[in-house]
Every structure is written in C-alpha cells, then in structure tokens.
Design a binder for this molecule. Structure first.
Ligand code: SME
Length: 148
C-alpha cells in the first residue's frame, strides 16, 4: 500500500492537466486492485446541486449527471461522509451502472472545507472493501484536493 501511495503521489505531481492526472490515477487503481472494476471521479457542477462525471476507467455509464441525494454518489454529495456499500442490492437509493456491479465505495473530496466531488469505485465482488480501502481512498482524496 505504501508503494501504491507513492505511485499515486507521483502521478498527481506530474506536469500535465489535472484531467490527465486523474485519469491515470483511475488506471493505476484499476490495474493494482483486482476488485476495483469501475473507478471514477464525480465533481460538483459549479453551484448546482448535481454531480458531473469526470475521468474514469470502466464500462460506460448513463449516470454522467447525478442530482444531489440520488444514488450512493448523490447521498455522499449531501452527507460528506464515506459510504461503503457491501451489497448494492440491499440499497433502495442506488443508481445501477452495470449489472455486474455488486458493491461500491464512494469517498468525498473536500477543498477548503467544501464537499466538491468524490471518487466512486464499483466492484464485481460482494463485500470486498476493508478499512484499508477507506484509508487509502480518503488519503487519495486529500491529495487530489491539493491539486484542484
Ligand atoms: N452507483 C452510483 C452511480 C454511479 S455508477 O456506479 C458509475 C450511485 O448509486 O450513485
């Protein structure tokens, strides 16, 4: 995990657009962690109460715009808290992206105290996310906020 953090930091510090850096972060996570099967960023659309899809790796999704409160992502936009869903079928307020998705973790990104976006990871495995994932992704979101 330490090595992975170093590699993520290296990508974030690269001299290229934030868009490209975030895309490479998605690619690295997707490659390194077998149960990360869709990895992407959503960001708040200005002052609107909606999220827009940013860089991602994985199947195309219909959910390119998500209103606050809708689905797991929309709930995190409101709560500002990491949301781990071990089994998406147990959630009523869930937006399905792929029939293969079984679980999900969404971690908010704070910039200057404001909840401005999130990283969203879907897995084809039931209940794969541990405290280590939460720790890694919360750390990552803190690092991402620094380059935004
Ligand atoms: N499942 C998410 C929607 C985004 S897709 O998974 C990429 C949700 O319920 O908010």
């Amino acid at each position: 995990m330490k090595n992975l953090k170093q590699r993520l930091s290296y990508l974030l510090a690269a001299d290229e657009s934030v868009e490209n850096r975030l895309k490479k972060i998605c690619v690295l996570l997707d490659q390194e962690i077998p149960y990360y099967n869709w990895t992407g960023f959503y960001f708040r659309n200005g002052d609107k109460e909606e999220l827009v899809l940013g860089p991602y790796v994985g199947a195309e999704t219909d959910h390119t715009v998500i209103p606050f409160g809708k689905g797991i992502c929309g709930q995190v936009a409101v709560s500002g808290e990491t949301f781990v869903v071990p089994d998406v079928y147990s959630q009523d307020n869930y937006l399905s992206c792929s029939i293969d998705t079984k679980s999900e973790i969404v971690v908010p990104i704070f910039k200057d105290g404001k909840n401005i976006g999130q990283i969203d990871i879907d897995s084809h495995t039931i209940d794969p996310f541990t405290d280590e994932d939460t720790e890694l992704l919360e750390w990552l979101c803190g690092e991402v906020a620094k380059v935004l």
